[in-house]
Design a protein around this ligand. Structure first.
Ligand code: ADP
Length: 461
C-alpha cells in the first residue's frame, strides 16, 4: 500500500544521499588534506584548528623511573603511576584508580575542583608500594591529560578556553590549567609537578608509539572523534619560529570540525539544528558514537510518521531525542536470527516500538546505511591525513610500514563500522599501498601515554 511505498522511498533516498562511492571518498580525503594545510597556514584558516601540541619529544622506550598521569575529561578522573625500566624492561609496574567527581564540584569554583583532584592524587600517591621507586633527588612528575579546549602555549602550560561536557566551573577560563593544578598540589602538600599537558589523542599516539615506532597517526572514535599526527615543524607556516630538536611535532587536528564535501541528509541537518552547537563539529556528528543512533532514530521516526512503519501509533519514546543510542544500533546489527528477535526487543525496550519482521528488516537497513557512511568517511579522513604526510615527506608513509593507532568505544565495539572503515582505506589506497598501512587498536593507551610524555619531557634532563 501507500505506507510501504513511502517507507521504500525514504529508504532509497537515504541510501542514495548517504552513498560513499570511491569518488566521494576521494573528494573527502583530498578535502581533509587541503583543509589541514589551510589550518596550518594561518590561525582560523580552516575548519580544522590544527593545534600545536608542543610535543616534539615522543617516548623512545629508553624512559626510566616513576611517573604519574592524571586524566580529566568527564565525570570521572583517572590517576595512574608507572615504573619504567628502559628499553629492556619497559613497563615494570602500573597502578591506576578512578575517582568520580561530585556533581556540585562541576559547578563550583576552580579552586574547589582542582583541590579535590589534587587531594585524590595525594591519597593515591601515598599508597605507592615498593615496586615503585622515585629516582634520587627528583620530585614526582605528572602527565596531565585534559580533554577540554585549551590554548596550549608550551608543553607544560595551556589556557582554558571554555569548559564543556556539563562542567560550569567558575574562575578557570582564561587561566593556565597547569598552574591551577600545580597550586592545588602545593596546597595539598603533594610534592609533584606537571611536566606535560596532553590532549587525549596525543596521549594515544605517544602510548602507541612507545610499543611500535611505526605509529605516525592516532585517531579517537568514541563518543566524539579527533585525530593527531606527526608533522614537520617547517610545514607549519602559522608558527614560523617553532623549534624542535627532532624537526617534527605533533599536531592535534581537531578534525571533528571538518565539513567539506560530506554527504549529508535532512536528518543530519535536523539533528544539527537542534544540537547545542549548531553548524559545528559536522564530521563528528556524521561519524562518531554520540550521534549514529540519533540519526537512525530520526530516519525511523520519519518512516513511522509518513509510512506507518509500526502501524498507526507512534510511541513517545521514539519521539524522544537520543532514545536510540549507538550501542543499540550496533547490538541490532549483530542479530542474524530469522525473526530478528533481538532487534524486536531492543526496539521495544528502547523506543517502545512493537514491530513485525518486515519492519525490523527495514530498521536494520537504516542502521547499516548510517554505520556504513560513518565508517567509510572516517576511513577517508584517515587517508586524507596520510596523503598530506606523504606529500610533504616523500616515502615517510607509503615507503615503509605505517601504523594508525585507534582508540575509543565506537571503534572497539562496532565490528561492522570497523570493517567499513577498513574497506574505505583499502579502496582509496589500492592493494599495494594499503598493505603498508596498519590500523591498530591501542586500548587505553592515552593514560600511560601521558605518563610517558611526562618522562620524555622530564624537568630533570
Ligand atoms: P569517550 O569517547 O566517551 O571518552 P569511549 O572511548 O569509551 O569513551 O567511547 C564511548 C562511546 O563508544 C559511547 O558513547 C558509544 O557511542 C560508543 N560505544 C560504546 N559501546 C558501544 C557498542 N557496544 N557499540 C557501538 N558503540 C559503542
Amino acid at each position: 500500500g501507500a505506507g510501504v511505498d513511502t517507507i521504500n522511498q525514504v529508504l532509497t533516498k537515504l541510501q542514495k544521499k548517504c552513498a560513499t562511492p570511491l569518488p566521494v571518498l576521494r573528494h573527502v580525503a583530498d578535502s581533509m588534506a587541503n583543509d589541514m594545510r589551510a589550518g596550518l597556514a594561518v590561525d582560523g584558516g580552516s575548519d580544522l584548528k590544527m593545534i600545536l601540541s608542543y610535543v616534539d619529544a615522543l617516548p623512545t622506550g629508553n624512559e626510566k623511573g616513576l611517573f604519574y598521569a592524571l586524566d580529566l575529561g568527564g565525570t570521572n578522573f583517572r590517576v595512574l603511576r608507572v615504573q619504567l625500566g628502559g628499553m629492556d624492561q619497559r613497563v615494570i609496574a602500573t597502578e591506576a584508580e578512578q575517582v568520580s567527581i561530585p556533581q556540585e564540584l562541576m559547578s563550583g569554583t576552580s579552586e574547589e575542583l582542582f583541590d579535590f583532584i589534587a587531594s585524590g592524587l595525594a591519597k593515591f600517591a601515598e599508597k605507592e608500594s615498593g615496586e615503585f621507586q622515585l629516582s634520587q633527588g627528583r620530585n614526582r612528575e605528572l602527565g596531565f591529560t585534559f580533554s577540554f579546549p585549551v590554548k596550549q602555549t608550551s608543553i607544560d602550560s595551556g589556557i582554558l578556553i571554555k569548559w564543556t561536557k556539563g562542567f560550569a566551573v567558575s574562575g578557570t577560563a582564561g587561566k593556565d590549567v597547569v598552574a591551577c593544578l600545580n597550586e592545588s598540589m602545593r596546597r595539598q602538600g603533594l610534592a609533584m609537578q606537571v611536566s606535560a599537558l596532553v590532549n587525549d589523542t596525543v596521549g594515544t599516539l605517544a602510548g602507541a608509539k612507545y610499543w611500535d615506532n611505526d605509529v605516525m597517526v592516532a585517531v579517537i572514535l568514541g563518543t566524539g572523534t579527533n585525530a593527531c599526527y606527526v608533522e614537520r615543524t617547517d610545514e607549519i607556516p602559522k608558527s614560523p619560529g617553532q623549534k624542535s630538536r627532532s624537526g617534527t611535532t605533533i599536531i592535534n587536528t581537531e578534525w571533528g570540525a571538518f565539513s567539506t564535501g560530506l554527504p549529508l541528509t535532512e536528518f543530519d541537518r535536523g539533528m544539527d539544528a537542534e544540537s547545542i552547537n549548531p553548524g559545528e563539529q559536522i564530521f563528528e556528528k556524521t561519524i562518531s558514537g554520540m550521534y549514529l543512533g540519533e540519526i537512525v532514530r530520526r530516519v525511523v521516526l520519519k518512516m513511522a510518521e509518513a509510512g506507518s512503519l509500526f502501524g498507526n501509533s507512534i510511541p513517545e519514546k521514539l519521539q524522544t531525542p537520543f532514545s536510540l543510542r549507538t550501542p543499540h544500533i550496533c547490538a541490532m546489527q549483530q542479530d542474524t536470527s530469522n525473526d530478528l528477535d533481538a532487534v524486536g526487543s531492543i526496539l521495544f525496550n528502547e523506543a517502545g516500538i512493537e514491530s513485525n519482521v518486515r519492519a525490523r528488516q527495514i530498521v536494520l537497513k537504516v542502521c547499516d546505511t548510517i554505520a556504513k557512511r560513518g565508517g567509510r568517511l572516517a576511513g577517508a579522513g584517515i587517508v586524507g591525513i596520510l596523503q598530506k604526510m606523504e606529500h610533504d615527506m616523500k616515502g615517510v608513509i607509503f615507503g615503509k610500514r605505517t601504523v594508525v593507532a585507534m582508540d575509543g568505544g565506537l571503534y572497539e565495539n562496532y565490528p561492522q563500522y570497523r570493517s567499513y572503515l577498513q574497506d574505505a582505506v583499502t579502496e582509496l589506497l589500492g592493494p599495494a599501498l594499503s598493505e603498508k598501512i596498519v590500523i591498530e587498536h591501542s586500548k587505553d593507551g592515552s593514560g600511560i601515554g601521558a605518563a610517558l610524555l611526562a618522562a620524555a619531557n622530564s624537568k630533570y634532563k
